[in-house]
Ligand binder design. Sequence first.
Ligand code: CP
Ligand code: NVA
Length: 328
Amino acid sequence: MSPLRTLTRLSCPDLLSVQDLSPAEVEGILDLAGLVKSRPEEFRSALAGRHLVLIFEKPSLRTRVTFEVGMADLGGRALFIDQTHAPLGGREKLCDIARNLERWVDGIVLRTFTHQTVSEMAAHAAIPVINGLSDREHPCQALGDYFTLQERFTDLRRVKLAFVGDGNNVCHSLLLTAALLGSHIAVATPPGYEPAREIVAAAADAATRTGAHLELTHDWQAAVTGADAVYTDVWASMGQESEAEQRRAVFAPYQVNEGLMARAAPHAVFLHCLPAHRGEEVTDAVIDSPQSGVYDQAENRLHVQKAILLLLLGNGQRRTARLRGARG
Ligand code: CP
Ligand code: NVA
């Protein structure tokens, strides 16, 4: 049976990490995203009366707009709290923020400096919490990216993605998603910038069950050779601005340029979560080339997040049940 018929909710009430999902749930999200993308009219009032709050400690274009447009398309509403002036928890404790928000809205999207903030909010809130990027992970991004790869290549088990650059939040979520989908991912970083050990261990554990092929290397040529997709991200993530200059020197050999792309398969797509620092991790010639899929990726954030919202917020019973359970 198609996962579309079986997947109506997710087993975990929150999406803080790709690790919150099972392989079947990842496949189900991608399937539902395809349906939402091809038949948007069928979902126009799916979240009527539901409210989503976005609280962002860091800037955003794609995540904010796609969640706001996504809620509107599904008949619900989104409201945005700009938290870029100070980290959450300074004015009042996270537990109090959570216990207020759950009385008014049906879900929370957080973009934070520390992943701990996302986890703590989820621990206190009786409504779903979605990680819209933390220092550790960017699950919505990776799910959108694998949806983009599935559109291009159909069978993700036969896709090799080469991630070249920093072993950062986006890299972590891509590794975990590849592992759950039984796909092939090769990550090439400079020494000292590898993905976190616990993420690699979790991905390796999943890979033993799904047959995924995970490679970690410092050799970008080895990673890129024969790749169907080449992915990079900024060398200094939000919050690491003070390291930017030093990182530029370390990462320079890992720039995705035409020479690097020539090592990948001739049909390879170039991917980047964006925003890009053109001339640093990627050249204009690559990001503006016909091989570039970066705007497809950006579009697909919308469709995949609508699927996530349907699965997490689409069940009115959950909120009541959790509130009752949590508060006795
Ligand atoms: N890729 C991504 O999350 O973009 P924003 O930082 O603009 O949301
Ligand atoms: N790694 C980047 C991703 C931006 C979407 C950052 O955290 O700034």
